[in-house]
Design a protein. Structure first.
Length: 243
């Protein structure tokens, strides 16, 4: 895992030195997906997470995440995207920049019926043991007829920050998801469920639907239930625009 992590970090640095635009990782609802932005495509995302219940009478702060995603490799069978998020937590802008990158291959790229594969990093912050969650993950995904697409993977991150509510290390877990375009109703309608293991604040079960309001504009409406009950559920609205 250290070798993969070093390789991906090296690619991020190399591409940024060359002056490529910023980006955020393509996701399902909460977890990363194997989707990767095509070469030179720029994707803007605005994600909001609103707490739906209070904790001891106090409602946790709303989280807003803004970012761009850009594809940086010209090949169809081996792709890469890189990026930058700007994250605001209830008006707190302390060290808000978080870097991301992903490399992978789409379905059928390696051989007929081969699954999609992706390796990536996200939430690489700029302040040591404060915003550098440094999550590294791998995913495999396959579309199975009318069932939809199934994805599975694993992640690990900074064990100084990914902790349970008792302060114990909880810095890894599974990644699982199902998603499908509901073409029986409309090609504009998409449904998904995803899950991230762990009780570290990232661990959650999420469900959502999305609607394409235009060929390049979609909005996701979802709900997140965290594995640790201390963290109250969130409603999420995510606006995605391609350029």
């Amino acid at each position: 895992m250290k070798g993969i992590k070093s390789f991906v970090i090296g690619v991020i640095v190399a591409v940024m030195i060359c002056g490529v635009a910023y980006a955020t990782p393509s996701t399902q609802i909460w977890i990363p997906s194997t989707d990767i932005q095509p070469y030179k495509k720029v994707h803007f995302g605005a994600d909001t997470y609103i707490k739906t219940a209070s904790q001891d009478g106090v409602t946790e702060l709303t989280v807003t995440n803004l970012g761009l995603t850009v594809g940086v490799l010209p090949w169809e069978k081996f792709q890469m995207e890189i990026g930058l998020d700007y994250r605001d937590i209830g008006g707190n802008h302390t060290y808000p920049m978080l870097f991301n990158a992903k490399i992978g291959t789409p379905e059928d790229a390696l051989f007929k019926y081969s699954p999609a594969l992706a390796v990536g990093v996200y939430d690489f912050g700029t302040k040591k043991d404060f915003s550098d969650y440094n999550i590294v993950y791998g995913l495999i995904a396959k579309t199975i007829g009318n069932l939809g697409r199934l994805s599975a993977g694993y992640y690990t991150g900074n064990d100084k920050l990914l902790l349970d509510i008792n302060g114990n290390k909880d810095n890894h877990g599974v990644l699982l998801s199902w998603d499908r375009t509901i073409s029986e109703i409309s090609d504009k309608l998409w449904l998904a469920v995803d899950y991230q293991g762990g009780k570290n604040g990232y661990g959650a079960l999420s469900a959502a639907f999305a609607w394409k309001f235009a060929p390049n504009v979609g909005v996701i409406f979802g709900y997140d239930i965290y594995n640790e009950s201390f963290y109250k559920p969130t409603a999420t609205i995510q606006v995605d625009i391609d350029f």
